[in-house]
Design a protein around this ligand. Structure first.
Ligand code: PMP
Length: 400
């Protein structure tokens, strides 16, 4: 066969789709689907959203506007503005006693989402396995699959306060395991991991030579006197972990799109290699606003945490009174009631609650197998709206 006839044979082969198999077979997010239905209805109270209802702190907005007017409209260093990395480094040291060199061990990303994307693209070879406790943020499995890896889910249980059982992790480790991905405070359960659990995960990682990716984007949103434990601050953990975080949740800055990854210089250099070819640099004015968030927002964060806590107590006590067993979340801004007690599965419960009472929640199975039988209700919604949503949920449950 000549070269040209080989080419003809190849170009005339019909495809089912031009999309890569891993993309064509990726399930759409269950959260989006519910948003789309809710958007077509009037009078919906949405407890489905995973973002603060607060506006960004005024000082942050001012800094962003000022940056724009003063001509900060150019690229920054691929790593991000040095002053932001320095402030972040100082902040992490102050809060958790963990040290990262601003020059080589931090990269500023487009939200925590890009930090997840960079981490798995940088860490995984095809077929590498990542152990993921579920329920978890909807992007975790997808990011692993898109990076060519294989997510291996292990369940966290309500009986165990939705903490990870290290024995489940140990049992899931195979010769293909490369990483463990943890996310605490947790979306969607609001659980925090105990120090003992995290120490045990650090020990397993050391024993099996694994890396731990710790998504701590809700680190400052903790309640009831709970102190957040930063995974890399634990003995022996820093050298084999990536700390991911961002400004979206703690500082009510979802739309600014600023996050970060911190870790050993060799790993961060790998993340930056991908970031420089795919993104270049995170938005400049948003980075400048983020510097301000670290400088002057302690009061604003405290005010938001106090209000989330007030709503948290209302939602948890009311859901339990209504008859939906709800674990007391210690962080983030989600309640995770068990709805299977009504006889409906989580999909049917969420669907009927939306169509019959116009309250949007997210079916727990969207967050992995560990979420089946539960729904996620966000309390990043005004107190009065929550009261009305709870009245509607009670009416719905009583009717079932
Ligand atoms: N991690 C977790 C656990 C989240 O819940 C989210 C947002 N829902 C993100 C990461 C990504 O946040 P962003 O990209 O807005 O910083």
């Amino acid at each position: 066969m000549t070269g040209s006839s080989v080419q003809t044979a190849q170009t005339t082969r019909r495809r089912d789709s031009y999309l890569a198999h891993k993309v064509a077979t990726l399930k759409p997010s269950g959260i989006r689907r519910f948003f789309d239905i809710a958007a077509t209805m009037k009078d919906v109270i949405s407890l489905g959203i995973g973002e603060p209802d607060f506006a960004s702190p005024p000082a942050v907005i001012e800094a962003g506007v000022k940056a724009l007017r003063s001509g900060a409209t150019h690229y920054t260093s691929n790593h991000g503005i040095l002053e932001l990395r320095q402030s972040l480094s100082a902040n992490l040291e102050k809060l958790y006693g963990v040290q990262y060199d601003p020059a080589t061990e931090i990269v500023i990303t487009v939200g925590g989402s890009e930090a997840l994307y960079l981490s798995f693209t940088a860490l995984l070879d095809p077929g590498d396995e990542v152990i993921i406790p579920t329920p978890c943020f909807v992007s975790y499995q997808a990011e692993v699959i898109l990076a060519g890896g294989v997510p291996v889910e292990i369940p966290c249980r309500m009986e165990n306060n939705f903490d990870v059982d290290p024995q489940e992790i140990a049992a899931a480790i195979t010769p293909r395991t490369k990483a463990i991905l943890i996310g605490f405070p947790n979306n969607p359960t609001g659980a925090v991991a105990s120090r003992e659990t995290l120490l045990e995960i650090a020990r397993l990682a050391e024993q099996h030579d694994l890396i731990v990716v710790s998504d701590e984007i809700y680190d400052r949103l903790v309640y009831g006197g709970h102190q957040h434990v930063c995974f890399p601050s634990l003995p022996g953990a820093r050298g084999r972990s990536l700390l991911l975080g961002g400004f979206s949740k703690d500082y009510a800055m979802t739309g600014w799109r600023i996050g970060y990854a911190c870790g050993p210089a060799e790993l961060i250099a790998g993340l930056v290699r991908i970031h420089q070819y795919s993104v270049m640099s995170a938005p400049t004015i948003a980075q400048i606003a983020a510097i301000e968030a670290l400088r002057d927002t302690d009061d604003a964060v405290r005010t938001m945490v106090t209000e989330y806590d007030r709503r948290r107590r209302l939602v948890v006590s009311e859901l339990n009174r209504i008859g939906l067993p709800t674990f007391e979340p210690k962080g983030a801004f989600y309640a995770f009631p068990k709805v299977s007690v009504t006889g409906l599965d989580d999909e049917a419960f969420a669907q009927r609650l939306l169509t019959e009472e116009h309250v949007a929640v997210v079916p727990g199975s969207s967050f992995g197998a560990g979420g089946e039988g539960f729904v996620r209700a966000s309390y990043a919604t005004a107190y009065e709206q929550l009261e009305e949503a709870l009245r509607r949920i009670e009416r719905f449950v009583n009717r079932l």
